[in-house]
Design a protein around this ligand. Structure first.
Ligand code: S3P
Length: 429
């Protein structure tokens, strides 16, 4: 486990940068092209550890995938061409791999077992296992099928209506993929809007689905066809630089080609409500995904209340928004965010402990946190909790801390942003 000590700096964030490809879309691009017939080319693929777990899973199922830097060529042989892996699939730290692949493994005529690292092995899998069983899936796992490792004795599933009880794009996507392999029609009714990359990207592979408000319907027995996909920059990675440029006085930063999907732009909405100086310009669509440049200039921030429908739209950005809130005027309250407890670590606890150690005043609540603004961060030594987004939050905090910030176990940042420190150094001037 490697630590990093970040010294206080007088520098600002200046210039133009790009962030790596979107994590959610990268996973989906490999899954859909791995199931497809024909050769797909993927560019600006996120080569973080999580997405490479999905690549490995398809390789284990006999799909040839060539990688050259951030470009993948996937030689799909169709759903029927997938072979049974001879050893257990390792999903590492990746919740998206675990949930989405479960939807597929349940519905293929193969026997597979899958496991994850210590963090993933604690995260709930019953949210996909229970509805998949309603479709006829044969899945067994640890702790009454609630936790990895899981074993899938794949079989033909029956299309079913699912009324979701969690707000989760991973669960929605797993059930839509299972529905694509099943007999008949599958309908997934969401509890609230979550990221819609599955619905946006599947049609690029020739798969039809019908979206009507909160209900998404997919007809079973559809075979995806190869497609060429360019992945937009990840707004969740851009978020660290959006907040950094907002809170480091004198900054003026342009982040190019960021995915600005309306189900993912909550960070921009929230920061603007806090008084951040952010301009976005959607200049192109990659497939159906809007892409644009984001310009951020530092500004004085004010507190806000974050809750309800906006939460799923910025769930991964709450750690870095919490850091921004320590610098705002007034008290920020975050509610309806209990899902944070089921991420790579319990992010309510991790954010509160980390920011408190760095000199901020933050309290945990049942479903969120209360952050008192106007803090002068002192610095100190904090743990990443093995969670990439907590590690990056600590690194951004160092830019406004009086003393050095040490981040213990910084390597987890490779999960979603292997070039994070390089990019940060490049824009600090
Ligand atoms: C993701 C959905 C979100 C998000 C995760 C990626 C996805 O999880 O936190 O980082 O790619 O579908 P939930 O859908 O479980 O909230």
């Amino acid at each position: 486990m490697t630590d990093i000590q970040l010294q206080p700096t007088q520098k600002q964030l200046q210039g133009t940068m790009s962030v790596p490809g979107d994590k959610s879309i990268s996973h989906r691009s490999v899954i859909f092209s791995g199931l497809a017939e024909g050769t797909s080319h993927i560019t600006n693929f996120l080569t973080g550890e999580d997405c490479l777990r999905t690549v490995e899973a398809f390789r284990e199922m006999g799909v040839r995938i060539d990688q050259q830097d951030d470009r993948l060529t996937v030689y799909g042989r169709g759903i029927q061409g997938l072979k049974e892996p001879s050893s257990p699939l390792n999903f590492g730290n990746s919740g998206t791999t675990a949930r989405l692949m479960s939807g597929i493994l349940a519905g293929l005529p193969l026997f597979t077992t899958a496991f994850g690292d210590a963090s993933l092995s604690k995260r709930p899998m019953d949210r996909v296992v229970v509805p998949l069983k309603q479709m006829g899936a044969d899945i067994t796992g640890r702790d009454e099928n609630r936790l990895l490792p899981l074993a899938f004795r794949g079989r033909k599933l029956e299309g079913t209506v699912h009324e979701l009880t969690v707000r989760s794009a991973q669960v929605k996507s797993a059930l839509l993929l299972a529905g694509m392999l099943a007999d008949g029609e599958t309908k997934v009714v969401e509890l609230g809007q979550t990221r819609n990359h599955t619905e946006m990207l599947l049609p690029e592979f020739g798969v039809n689905l019908n979206v009507e408000g909160a209900a998404i319907t997919i007809e079973g027995g559809q075979q995806p066809q190869a497609s060429d996909i360019k992945i937009p920059g990840d707004i969740s990675s851009a978020a660290f630089f959006i907040v950094a440029a907002s809170i480091v006085p004198g900054s003026d930063l342009i982040i190019k080609d960021v995915g600005l999907n309306a189900t993912r732009d909550g960070i921009i909405q929230a920061m603007k409500k806090m008084g951040a100086d952010i301009e976005t310009d959607i200049h192109t669509y990659i497939g159906r995904e809007p892409v644009g440049d984001v310009r951020v200039r530092s500004s004085r921030l004010k507190a806000l209340q974050l809750d309800g429908e906006l939460i799923p739209n910025l769930i991964d950005e709450i750690p870095i928004i919490a850091l921004a809130a320590t610098q705002a005027e007034g008290t920020t309250v975050i509610k309806d965010a209990e899902e944070l407890k089921f991420k790579e670590t319990d992010r309510i606890e991790a954010v509160v402990t980390t920011l408190t150690k760095l000199g901020a005043e933050v309290e945990a609540t049942e479903d969120g946190m209360v952050i008192h603004g106007g803090a002068s961060l002192t610095g100190g030594s904090v743990h990443s909790y093995g969670d990439h987004r907590i590690g990056m939050m600590g690194a951004v905090a160092s830019l406004i801390s009086a003393e050095p910030v040490t981040i213990q176990d910084k390597d987890c940042i490779n999960i979603s942003y292997p070039s994070f420190f390089e990019h940060l150094n490049e824009v600090l001037r």
